[in-house]
Ligand binder design. Structure first.
Ligand SMILES: C[S@@+](CC[C@H](N)C(=O)[O-])C[C@H]1O[C@@H](n2cnc3c(N)ncnc32)[C@H](O)[C@@H]1O
Length: 249
């Protein structure tokens, strides 16, 4: 999958050379290409912004260099979907990034300043995606999130395929708690079931924790689901154990 990036700060994307995405680049599961609007300007100061019509604070990214950068990016990957990372877009979710991971590629448009001339968005953008209901200073950080989240869903990108299956939001549940060595730390031991080597008991415990955590922290996710009788039983047990544990203190 190719990610074409239109950004005036392509250096920010060096962060992708690490961890799972870095490995996906090495394995050529994904490729990245950069198009800096500054390289496409037609003014001697290489300006990519101008004052907003109507006045007010901040600057706006101008049409011409963005269009020239977009033309170059489209020539490189004509089938790519054009995404504008924007706080006004549809919020990214795990199910959305999973669907997007089967696409042939994307051109990611990264805004700066107060944003981009609206006519460019109207003419060139296929979809707008947001990473959450808050404003950051530039699309680059949102693009990093987008690239990382989509890459994780590409078959072969994760070392251990099962690790995506258990992740939070896959199947509208939160992940169960994880523990590693040492067995006792700061007076706290790990749950007994994890030491006994009974794999079906471990699986049941993990499913129960996953359900219980979702019920505690994100009840909105559980409201969307129909639990099996067994899952209902595990959740009831989780709630009962919680009540017992909290009444012992
Ligand atoms: C300072 S913001 C501009 C915000 C814009 N004035 C608004 O309120 O909608 C500059 C750029 O950061 C990016 N950005 C900011 N918040 C974002 C978010 N929550 N999700 C995705 N991109 C975001 C967009 O590319 C935007 O053009």
């Amino acid at each position: 999958m190719n990610f074409g990036v239109i950004s005036i700060f392509p250096e920010i994307f060096l962060a992708l050379n690490y961890g799972i995405v870095g490995r996906a680049i090495q394995q050529q599961l994904i490729t990245l290409s950069y198009w800096n609007p500054r390289d496409f300007t037609q003014n001697k100061h290489r300006r990519v912004d101008d004052r907003p019509y109507g006045g007010g604070a901040g600057m706006v990214m101008t049409y011409q260099p963005l269009q020239a950068a977009m033309d170059a990016a489209k020539q490189h990957n004509p089938l790519a979907k054009v995404i504008y990372l924007s706080p006004q877009g549809k919020t990214l979710t795990q199910s959305l990034v999973t669907q997007l991971a089967v696409s042939s590629g994307f051109i990611l448009l990264n805004g700066r300043y107060e944003g981009i001339d609206e006519r460019f968005i109207d003419n060139m953008v296929d979809e707008e995606y947001s990473i959450g209901d808050y404003v950051i200073s530039g699309g680059e950080f949102a693009s990093l999130v987008f690239i990382d989240a989509v890459t994780r869903c590409i078959p072969g990108a994760l070392g251990h395929e099962d690790s995506a299956v258990q992740d939070s939001f896959t199947g509208d549940r939160l992940d169960y708690p994880h523990y590693t060595r040492p067995e006792i730390i700061a007076g706290k031991s790990i749950p007994d079931v994890l030491k006994q080597g009974d794999h079906s008991a471990i699986l049941r415990w993990r499913l129960k924790q996953s359900l219980g955590r979702t019920w505690q922290r994100r009840p909105d996710l559980l409201e969307k689901q129909r639990l099996t009788p067994e899952e209902k039983k595990w959740l009831d047990e989780f709630i009962a154990e919680l009540t017992i544990n909290s009444s012992t203190f």
